[in-house]
Design a protein around this ligand. Structure first.
Ligand code: BYC
Length: 317
């Protein structure tokens, strides 16, 4: 298809709020933006397994252990749906791994913080999955079909993750003084990094305007962050916990909670690979990839054997 015709067809799909599919012509920038964002999203799901897997062996009850195991497995599944969606744009899974391992593609800043206590499993489910859902609900309406469809199932599972996190926080907040202190400490450490998950302020965000025009993003970083704050502050109060922000105030006129300044130096240092545990996260990921090489080789060899067997059976019949 000639590019002008392709561009017109693409513009018409976006204008009509329909989905762009892998076979459709799309601008190079649209394709590369999607590869960047979907890959970053997939990497986040997979790297995000590390801080939580850290607590599986130390979960306080069998029930909590099985829930956490299921959650960590869900994150692997989310990574797989998202890598599949990225592959439809013409990049291979191996290339994506290489880009992550060499630091050329990112993953969410939030996973560069350590999980120090069991309460962190509550805070991650409540705050981190809560922030992810806020973003992903809007991504169910993103203009690229495979990404939008992957989001539907992911959102359902993330809702369960958020509920289990809040349930842990509730148990701790209603427990002994020591348990309540653990819950408060986890909120103190995860609150600001959760707000950073939504990315820089709109005025500082190089990609938002174009991504909104292409309907990849349907809501801006600041709008989503505000929705999240308004939803989460009352949940913290219900738990009897204090949000670690002296400037936090409810604005009667706008009906929104106003927060103090976010530490963007911390955010950019983290995004650039200098977060608290950035090096450990990537080193662990590369080690798992290398140690899993024999599994990939065996699986590929098995698939190739099955294929050649079914071909020779076809020939024989
Ligand atoms: N962390 O112009 P902007 C989960 C980068 S995991 C790192 O606003 P954009 C879970 C951004 O990439 C869910 N980098 O960009 C798993 C860009 O740099 P480059 C994770 C960030 O793309 C396990 C630059 O800053 N969710 O649910 O329009 C357990 C400028 O930003 C971050 C997703 O990944 C960040 N927080 O908007 C529990 C959602 N923020 O690429 C839970 C999908 C910004 O130019 N991603 N940057 O070098 C998105 O929705 C968008 O990419 C963002 C950023 C809103 C994050």
């Amino acid at each position: 298809m000639h590019n002008d015709t392709g561009q017109q067809a693409f513009d018409a799909i976006i204008e009509a709020d329909e989905k762009v599919e892998p076979r459709d012509w799309m601008p190079d920038g649209y394709r590369s933006t999607l590869i960047r964002q979907i890959a970053q999203h997939a990497h986040s799901e997979v790297i995000g397994m590390q801080p939580e897997a850290n607590w599986i062996t130390r979960a306080p009850t069998l029930l909590r252990k099985s829930i956490l195991t299921a959650k960590v497995q869900d994150e692997a599944g989310h990574g797989l749906y998202l890598y599949s969606a990225a592959e439809t744009l013409g990049i291979s899974r191996d290339e994506l791994q290489e880009l992550l391992h060499s630091g050329r593609q990112k993953y969410s800043s939030i996973f560069n913080y350590p999980t120090l206590s069991w309460a962190d499993m509550g805070a991650i489910g409540w705050l981190v999955d809560g922030a992810a859902i806020m973003n992903q609900i809007m991504l169910q309406r993103t203009s690229y079909g495979p990404y939008a469809r992957a989001m539907v199932k992911i959102c359902k599972e993330e809702s369960f993750h958020a509920r289990q996190g809040y349930s842990i926080m509730m148990t701790l907040a209603q427990g002994t003084e020591e348990q309540k202190a653990l819950a408060q400490d986890a909120l103190d450490r995860w609150w600001w990094p959760s707000l950073m998950m939504f990315g820089p302020h709109d005025a500082e965000s190089p990609h938002t305007e174009q991504s909104m025009a292409w309907k990849i993003k349907r809501v801006t970083n600041d709008e989503l962050r505000q929705m999240y704050i308004d939803q989460t502050v009352p949940q913290a109060h219900y738990l009897g916990l204090t949000i670690p922000d002296d400037d936090l105030v409810f604005d009667e006129e706008t009906g929104h909670w106003n927060i103090g300044p976010i530490d963007w130096d911390e955010f950019w240092a983290t995004v650039k690979g200098n977060g608290r545990v950035s090096r450990e996260r990537i080193a662990h990921k590369v080690k798992a990839w290398d140690e899993g090489a024999w599994v990939r080789e065996a699986a590929t060899a098995y698939a190739a054997k099955q294929r050649s067997r079914s071909e020779s059976e076809k020939e024989a019949s």
